[in-house]
Design a protein around this ligand. Structure first.
Ligand code: THU
Length: 138
């Protein structure tokens, strides 16, 4: 885990801040666990999302998927990067379901995990989801 942001370029810094801001908009009355995410499209546009929970817990959508669905619904379906922010001392990674979605919709992009102290780490999607299943097998 990195504690200094000096190595991050401008886009990562912006995504980190936007993910932390999006996290505050989380609708998480059941878990109280707030997450923000930002997906960067290849045209440079940034799409932020937060987790949105539901009384029927299984209908909850994670912040990562909200960000990706927002981009796709706006016509942007090529992605270069993803950032995820939560308020945890050990950086929160995308859940297993989101790893699959990120792999299928974004490919092997870098994923920055961060917290409210601006600590961060970047892992590739492949590192988070080795030997992924996807449409190539169908
Ligand atoms: N959650 C996310 O939004 N993204 C993650 O990477 C981990 C989990 C949400 C789902 C649920 O609303 C809450 O966090 C607790 O699991």
């Amino acid at each position: 885990m990195n504690t200094s942001t000096t190595e991050l370029d401008r886009q990562w810094l912006q995504m980190m801040e936007l993910a932390q801001q999006a996290r505050r908009r989380a609708h998480a009355p059941f878990s109280r666990f707030q997450v923000g995410a930002v997906a960067a499209a290849s045209n440079g546009k940034l799409y932020a999302g937060c987790n949105v929970e539901n009384a029927s817990y299984g209908l909850t959508v994670c912040a990562e998927r909200v960000a990706i669905w927002k981009a796709i619904s706006e016509g942007d379906s090529q992605f270069t990067r993803l950032a995820v922010a939560a308020d945890t001392p050990t950086l929160t990674p995308p859940c297993g379901a989101c790893r699959q979605i990120i792999w299928e919709f974004c490919g092997d992009i870098p994923i920055l995990m961060t917290n409210l102290e601006n600590q961060w780490e970047i892992l590739s999607c492949r590192e988070l989801l080795p030997r992924a299943f996807d449409a190539k097998f169908l």
